[in-house]
Ligand binder design. Structure first.
Ligand SMILES: Nc1ncnc2c1ncn2[C@@H]1O[C@H](COP(=O)(O)OP(=O)(O)OP(=O)(O)O)[C@@H](O)[C@H]1O
Ligand SMILES: [Mg+2]
Length: 262
């Protein structure tokens, strides 16, 4: 059965796209069938997979959502999925910034993305939704579609504080829009365990949220190589397999999968 994981935080730059990129690679290496969906008009995830000039693509997530809003049939999957390194990618482009305004007056506006994902979800073991750093209608669509939410957070005061609003939103979503939604957990990224701030923020996150949300034991360390890998449209796992962040993403994936068995 397919599991749909949203990777979300309304704080920008917490390694949502990087986590999506690398988790997809690790899961694919474990022989799972993986689809990643770029739900952000910045199209960073699309870029991280080496899909160039997404604004020239005929069909992106925007076009599919527009069709659902207009009550039109969706094209065949082959027309919009791009396969990179055995991972299926549903790309986005800057056009997606127009979707918020279209969603405002759409019927069942929270469920537009879900309609698309429901058509294709049988083909996958995991679908990863890379959310944008906001809690607008597009992100509500992401949260309405997913089974669980994985929240990357950096060990900074504002990142830790920023979790509150997201968690409140998720509780509201659970009441009204998606009763099944659950927390996957909080993943600390760009973590430098040697710094006092990182330790303090970890403690603060564990004390504030640890009683009802899992805080993953695995932390993703900071490494300039991660940025280099992203810039070369590669996962850190392929770019530098011995890198500490590459190892961490692999251990993290095992920790995530081991939760399934509990
Ligand atoms: N472990 C890491 N070590 C060092 N740099 C990292 C690490 N993870 C991510 N980065 C860098 O941090 C920046 C933000 O990462 P990323 O784009 O994945 O975050 P994001 O949460 O998706 O951002 P946005 O909110 O804008 O979508 C990027 O430049 C990325 O290369
Ligand atoms: Mg991103």
């Amino acid at each position: 059965m397919c599991k749909v994981i949203a990777i979300a935080s309304q704080k920008g730059g917490t390694a949502k796209s990087t986590t999506c990129r690398n988790l997809a690679t690790v899961l694919k290496n474990m022989k799972y069938k993986v689809l990643v969906v770029d739900c952000d008009n910045q199209a960073n995830l699309t870029d991280c997979f080496g899909i160039e000039s997404p604004d020239k693509l005929e069909v992106t997530l925007y076009h599919l959502m527009e069709r659902v809003i207009m009550d039109e049939d969706l094209p065949r999957k082959e027309n919009y999925i791009i396969t990179k390194e055995n991972i299926d990618v549903l790309p986005a482009s800057i056009l997606l910034s127009d979707i918020e305004i279209k969603l405002v007056s759409a019927m069942s506006r929270e469920y537009i993305l879900k309609t698309i994902i429901n058509e294709i979800k049988e083909d996958y073991d995991f679908i990863l939704l890379d959310a944008m750093p906001s809690l607008g209608l597009m992100t509500l669509n992401v949260l309405a579609t997913c089974d669980t939410v994985l929240i990357p957070a950096t060990p900074e005061y504002l990142s830790a504080k920023g979790l509150e609003l997201l968690l409140k939103t998720i509780f509201k979503i659970k009441k009204r829009i998606n009763k099944r939604i659950d927390f996957e957990g909080i993943l600390l990224t760009m973590f430098d365990e040697r710094t006092k701030l990182a330790q303090e923020m970890l403690e603060m996150i564990e004390n504030s949220y640890g009683s009802h949300i899992k805080v993953f034991g695995t932390k993703i360390p900071k490494s300039v190589k991660v940025g280099e890998a992203n810039a070369r449209s590669k996962s850190i796992i392929d770019y530098m397999p011995t890198n500490k962040a590459a190892t961490a993403y692999q251990i993290f994936a095992k920790e995530l999968l081991s939760k399934e068995l509990i």
